[in-house]
Design a protein around this ligand. Sequence first.
Ligand code: NAD
Length: 485
Amino acid sequence: MQKEFPRIKNFIDGEFVEPVGGKYLDNIEPATGKPYSKVADSGKEDVDLAVAAAEAAFADWSKMPAAERSKILLRIADLIERDLEKLSRAESIDTGKPLSLARSLDIPRASSNFRFFATAILHTENEAHVTDGVAFNYTLRQPRGIAGLISPWNLPLYLLSWKIAPAIAVGNTAIAKPSELTPMTAYLLCEICAEAGLPNGVLNVVHGTGPNVGAAVTAHPKIGTISFTGGTVTGRKVAEACAPLFKKVSLELGGKNPNIIFADADLDAAIAGSVRSSFANQGQVCLCGSRVFVERSVYKTFVDRFIDKASELKLGDPLDEKTEQGAIVSKAQLDKVKFYVDLAKKEGGVTALGGKAPDPINERCCDGYFFPPTVITDLPVSCRTNREEIFGPVVTITPFDNEEEVIGYANDTDYGLASSVWTQNLNRAHRVAERISTGTVWVNCWLVRDLRVPFGGMKASGVGREGGEEALRFFTEPKNVCIAK
Ligand code: NAD
C-alpha cells in the first residue's frame, strides 16, 4: 500500500485550501533522497484566488493603526520563538541543513525579522520641505497594495520572512511563493500567523513551481510590487515579466563572492572565518565566499591550515546534533556541484580536498544528496569555475601579489553581492572596501547582520536593496503633497 504523505496546502484568506487543479508534487527530504510530504502544485487560478483575498483584506489592514499591526507582528515573532524546535527540525528535514544551524541561525533570524519591522513602523519619520516663501511640501508614504514575494530554497523561512515582515508591516497585503523544494516552514508560518491573529487575506501563500506560480505572480496586473530572491537567470525572467507592467521590483540574485586574505591578517581568525564562509549550509548561502584569494607570502600556510580545518567539519545526517555539513538540497543541485568539480579539473585545477561523493552516512541517509567540502587550487582567475556561481561546498584558492592585483581579481566576475577582506591594516581595509564592487564588504568578519543596513547586490547580483529603511521605502509609495503658502 502506498504511504499517505502529509499535504502542504495553499493558505488563502486565512484557510488552508487544496490547489484548484488538485495536483501535488513530491516534497523530497534531501538527506534521504525520498519523498516525505506533498506540496500543492498550484497555478494561475490559485494565484487569482489569493489576489482576490489580498485585495479584499487591503482596505482594513492598510488603515489599521501601525501600533495594532505592530502587536500582531510581535506575536508572530513570539510564536516563532516558542516553536523554535519544531521549526528548526522542519527546516532541517526540508533543506538538508544541519539542525544546529537551523536552530541557531535561520529560525532566530526569521523571528528577528518580524520583531525588527514590527517596531520599525513605530518610529518612522516623514520628510517635509519648505519651498522658500511659496509652499510647504510633505511626503506621504502609503502602502502600495498587493506585494508578490518570491523566495529560494537555501534559507527558506529566513528569506521569506525578510520580505513578508516589511511588506505587511507597512500595510500591504501579500502573496508569498516559497521555493517548491522547501515549502514546509512557510506552511508552519501560516499556522503561526493565524494563531497570532493576522487578519484573513493579509498573507496568502501559494505553493508550486516557478513557471506555474512564480510566473503567474509576476504577470498578475493587480500585484504591483515584486520582491524576488533567487538565481540571476530567473531574476532576468522576473524583470522581463514586470517591466511592461511597470511593477516596482527588487531582485536579490546570485553571487560569486571574493574572500581576500592579506598577509597581515590575523590568520587564526581569517582561517576560521573563511572555513565558515566557504562551507556554511554546504556552501549554499548566497553570501558564501566561493573565491578565496591569499597573499602569496602566506598562501601555503593558509592553504594547509584551511584544508586541515575544513577536513575536520563533520559531514552527517542533518538531524544529528553533531553534524556540521548536511545534505545538498536536491539531486539537480548535487549534479551541478559535481559538474563544476569535473569542469575545474578540465580547466587545470588541483583538487586539494574532497571532490567526490562520500561513503554512505548511515542507513537512513544512504540515498541522500551529500558532497564533502571541496577545495580547488591552481586555477586561472578567469576560468568558468572561478566566474560562475556553483552554490555548493566548493571553493577555489588563488594566490595574489599585491592589493591592485587582488582588487582586479575580486571584480573580475559578473556578480557583485558580497566580499570579505581580512587585514589588520585599517587604511587598507577602507581603500579596498571602497574599490570592490559588491553590495556588502565584510572586514575581518562574515555574515554579521544588522537589520538597519541596506542589503543587496551590484551588477548581476541584483537591483534594489532590502533591509531597514530601504525595505520600508520599497514597500511604500512616496507621495508629495505640496501646500501653497
Ligand atoms: P531560482 O531562481 O531557481 O528560484 C527562486 C524562486 O523563483 C523559486 O521560488 C522558484 O520557484 C521561483 N521561480 C522560478 N522560475 C520562475 C519564474 N519564471 N518566474 C517567477 N518565479 C520563478 O533560485 P533557487 O535555486 O531557488 O535559489 C538559489 C539562488 O538564489 C542562487 O543563485 C543564490 O545565489 C540566490 N540567492 C540570492 C540571495 C540574495 O540575497 N541575493 C539569497 C539567497 C539565494
